[in-house]
Design a protein around this ligand. Structure first.
Ligand code: GUN
Length: 316
């Protein structure tokens, strides 16, 4: 089939993100007037992961546009986990910082336990990513707290475009603490019937193709092909892999794809976990880029403002 045969509704994260973002300026202005300072976000970026660079740049830009104070601390690929912990501790103590975000993934040289060591060190009141054990526990028990931005943004998108969740079969591919697990919990709290799949799941396409709502969050470009998808299903693509190899881009998108021009110009193109052929069978699909990414950033901003309001109300 050609691109013209595409049937899936495009779920545009830029449009939904902008709708949500429109509600934020009055809150930012009210907070700034009352606190005598804008809401503040402290960001730590260690290393040079391509997707993380994009995310952090876009987060800084969104803060600047909305009048949220953002400070970025950069560390090299060779930095140790203690350096990250030192910055987190400083942000914990800084009154004008309401939210702390340590960009994931941390460089592999920090070791496999690094993220858990860092996330537990963030003060729960400033945990705008919802990654601390306190907020993760609140999410498990469906108590008020801050939930991670990507899965919250996906729920918000489904609600705003009118895709039902209650009673539906949802399959989440990927079991990370950042997306897969919180996504499964948020869907469960909305009364979906949820299955979590991962690299050891036997016959992944057979399980995935039972889904009315399929969320792919594994970081493997084009992995979810048409045999994973029930016709008409809603497919949410969380992947953001930077592809730099021309042949790999042609293999996925064909020799005529405008992606090749992007690759030429930027040296990379951002690719999701869902194969382009899925657009011919899904009922609705988030594009990459421009789907889930902009929503994650909007939810982060919303969480930062909420953290600022709560801290200010507590006299902090
Ligand atoms: N890496 C990918 N998504 C996220 C996110 O939402 N927050 C952080 N801190 N790192 C990420």
């Amino acid at each position: 089939m050609t691109a013209e045969a595409t049937v899936a509704q495009r779920l545009d994260g830029k449009i939904v993100g902008a709708e949500i973002r429109a509600s934020l300026p009055p809150r930012i202005q009210a907070f700034t007037a009352s606190a005598g300072r804008p809401p503040g976000l402290g960001i730590v970026l260690a290393g040079h992961d391509g997707g993380s660079e994009t995310y952090v740049r876009n987060k800084m830009k969104a803060c600047a546009e909305l009048g949220v104070y953002a400070v970025l601390e950069r560390l090299s690929d060779e930095a140790g986990v203690d350096e990250v912990l030192e910055i987190v501790e400083r942000f914990n103590q800084t009154e004008t910082i309401d939210g702390i975000l340590v960009q994931s993934p941390l460089p592999s040289g920090m070791g496999s336990g690094a993220e858990q060591r860092v996330f537990v060190a963030i003060h729960p009141d400033k945990d705008v990513d919802g990654f601390t054990p306190i907020n993760a526990g609140r999410l498990v028990q469906n108590r008020p707290g801050i939930a991670p931005g990507t899965p919250s943004g996906i729920i918000e998108m489904l609600d705003r475009v009118g895709i039902p969740i209650e009673g539906q079969r949802a399959v989440v591919i990927g079991r990370s603490d950042i997306v897969g697990k919180p996504m499964a919990l948020l869907l469960l709290h909305r009364h979906a019937t949820v299955t979590v799949c991962h690299s050891r799941t036997i016959d992944l396409p057979a399980v995935a193709s039972t889904a009315d709502i399929l969320v792919a969050a594994i970081g493997r470009p084009g992995f979810v092909t048409r045999d994973f998808v029930k016709p008409g299903a809603t497919v949410i693509d969380v992947g953001t892999t930077w592809l730099r190899d021309r042949d790999a881009v042609i293999a996925l998108f064909g020799p005529e794809s405008p992606r090749l021009e992007v690759l030429e110009r930027r040296g990379h193109t951002v690719v999701g976990d869902v194969h382009p052929e899925v657009a011919e069978i899904a009922g609705a699909l988030t594009p990459v880029p421009g789907g889930v990414g902009p929503l994650t950033i909007t939810m982060l901003l919303s969480n930062t403002i909420r953290a600022a309001e709560l801290r200010h109300a507590q006299g902090k």
